[in-house]
Write a protein of this length. Structure first.
Length: 273
């Protein structure tokens, strides 16, 4: 028995999924145009090579920094020192900011106490409270970590509180009706629901942490990407300044991509909310 061409059964054949090729043409074109304009600006002397060295000179400076170093440290050592400060600040800030966000999102008393503090810190630029941090903590590593951590606190706390508030009340009520204790509601309902927002807050906090790094390493640092940039800028070593800027940008991009991978693997429900 054969099916007719116009048979309803013959029409219910699932179409083969079309695989779309995603080529980052726009990204590649943007980078290529930016490099071309940069090269033209240096070659045609639109900008003095002292202030904007050509890409080849910056690339040569990268190789020189990686092998010979700058100010008694290689590029890897400068990058490692900065990474340590940023992520140590992130760990301590997360240990404070996430519980603070839970308190703001679940309790009126917590919101009344902590929300004014968070909103007071949030708009302050790091250079505004840097002298006060030096007075309180001195010029050692704690001062640098505190400066970076304060810039990270508000994004983590606010994102956590937002994630808690966005939890559907029906989920909380269903858990309570099944006999869940407040602790179980917190760990099995509120926390999983808030995790995507918490991860978003951490991503934003890392961005603010990297932007605060240069200011933090002004405080009697002898190693670090921010210290390298500031030291080179004082002597108009622009190629070293550009290398430091590109390395910070590359590190921030890599860890942003890693956090996106973590979210895709461990928080698959976040993509369907």
């Amino acid at each position: 028995m054969t099916l007719a061409v116009d048979s309803p059964v013959a029409e219910v054949r699932p179409a083969a999924p079309q695989r779309r090729r995603r080529w980052p043409i726009a990204t590649i074109a943007t980078v290529a145009i930016a490099l071309l304009l940069w090269q033209l600006a240096s070659t045609l002397a639109w900008v003095s090579p002292v202030f904007l060295p050509p890409p080849a000179k910056v690339l040569a400076a990268f190789g020189r920094l990686a092998t010979q170093g700058y100010v008694d440290s290689t590029l890897f050592e400068h990058a490692w020192a900065s990474l340590g400060r940023v992520f140590l600040a992130l760990v301590f800030t997360a240990l404070i900011g996430i519980p603070a966000g839970f308190a703001v999102g679940t309790s009126r008393i917590g919101r009344g106490i902590l929300d004014p503090i968070i909103e007071f810190i949030r708009p302050l630029p790091p250079l505004a409270y840097l002298p006060l941090i030096i007075i309180w903590f001195g010029i050692g590593e704690p001062a640098k970590i505190v400066v970076i951590g304060l810039s990270m606190l508000a994004p983590i706390a606010i994102s956590t509180a937002s994630g808690i508030r966005s939890t559907p009340r029906s989920h909380v009520n269903a858990a309570r009706s099944l006999g869940a204790t407040p602790g179980q509601v917190l760990t099995h309902v509120l926390l999983p629901s808030a995790l995507p927002e918490i991860l978003t807050g951490i991503r934003i906090a890392l961005g603010t942490g990297w932007s605060t790094l240069v200011a933090a390493e002004l405080v009697a640092a002898s190693r670090g990407l921010g210290f390298m940039i500031e030291s080179a800028a004082q002597f108009l070593v622009t190629d070293v300044v550009l290398v430091g800027i590109f390395v910070i940008s590359a590190l921030a991009f890599v860890f942003e991509a890693l956090l996106r991978i973590v979210e895709r693997i461990f928080l698959p429900w976040a993509r369907h909310r």
